[in-house]
Design a protein around this ligand. Structure first.
Ligand code: MLT
Length: 263
């Protein structure tokens, strides 16, 4: 069963959805998602080994938009640190998917002592290219002129392989379309302006796992390999048949991989 706690940080109120018991593990969702993307993991066997805390980043899920024009990765990372402290922990296993991975890296940079292990899932360490930044600006225009649905529809084609399960697509659509339009804009700005954290990787000595779907077209296996090669203590897992959302597409395989790093 999930319980929800709220953590106040300035004008933001962060919802944290908790399952299980044991040392703390924080799960950080991607864009434009929320804690519901971790549903299977929260209800799976890892809850017997960890207190799983799926955070709704500010503006997502049950964490209301807090008035920020930009959701910088550093702002999100400091929110995660506040959650860890509020839950009475000194350290956490940190798992971040895609945008959540950008946040996890910013957390590792700003709060290295709080990081016990790191799992980077379907993500990249570099900054946006010029083309990527232009794409963010175009997506912001689309949110405002055509609505969130248009952005969500375009995204789902890239998030999942074409033959993916209809129920999974429906779950994703529900999650994406329920985030406020202002969250889309603030997230897109934050991701567009984020810095290259590739140089940080070699400084992170904690046990790490890098997971990617074999068919991930947004952050392909080549990105994951670059990250795993740069980290000093990482295992790389390429999960067959999956796209950009391995924890939703293949939760059992994902949980097995995490188990190998969570001692
Ligand atoms: C995500 O899944 O969080 C986004 O696709 C990340 C991005 O757009 O860079």
């Amino acid at each position: 069963m999930l319980t929800t706690r709220f953590v106040d940080r300035g004008h933001a109120r962060l919802a944290v959805h908790l399952a299980g018991e044991g040392p703390l593990a924080v799960l950080i969702h991607g864009y434009p998602l929320d804690h519901r993307m971790w549903f299977d993991v929260l209800h799976g066997p890892l809850a017997q080994r960890r207190t799983l805390a799926a955070v709704d980043l500010r503006g997502h899920g049950a964490s209301a938009w807090a008035g920020d024009a930009v959701h910088g990765m550093e702002l999100f990372a400091d929110d995660i640190a506040a959650v860890v402290t509020a839950l009475g922990a000194k350290q956490a296993d940190v798992v971040g998917l895609s945008m959540g991975g950008y946040v996890a890296l910013a957390f590792g940079e700003r709060h290295p002592g709080m990081l016990r292990t790191l799992a980077l899932v379907d993500t990249r360490s570099g900054a946006d290219t010029d083309a990527g930044r232009a794409g963010r600006d175009a997506a912001m225009q689309t949110v405002v002129t055509q609505g969130r649905r248009a952005v969500a529809e375009a995204m789902i084609q890239k998030l999942l392989p074409p033959d993916s399960d209809l129920l999974l697509r429906a779950r994703l659509t529900t999650i994406m379309e329920s985030q406020p339009a202002e969250t889309f804009i603030a997230d897109l700005r934050g991701m567009r302006d984020r810095v290259d954290r590739t140089p940080l990787l070699r400084l992170l000595g904690v046990p790490a796992l890098v997971v990617v779907g074999e068919k991930d077209v947004l952050t392909p296996p080549s990105e994951a390999r670059t990250i795993a090669d740069a980290l000093s203590n990482a295992r790389l897992a390429i999960v067959p048949s999956c796209g950009h959302l391995v924890p939703m597409e293949a939760p059992a395989a994902f949980e097995r991989e995490l188990s190998s790093v969570w001692r």
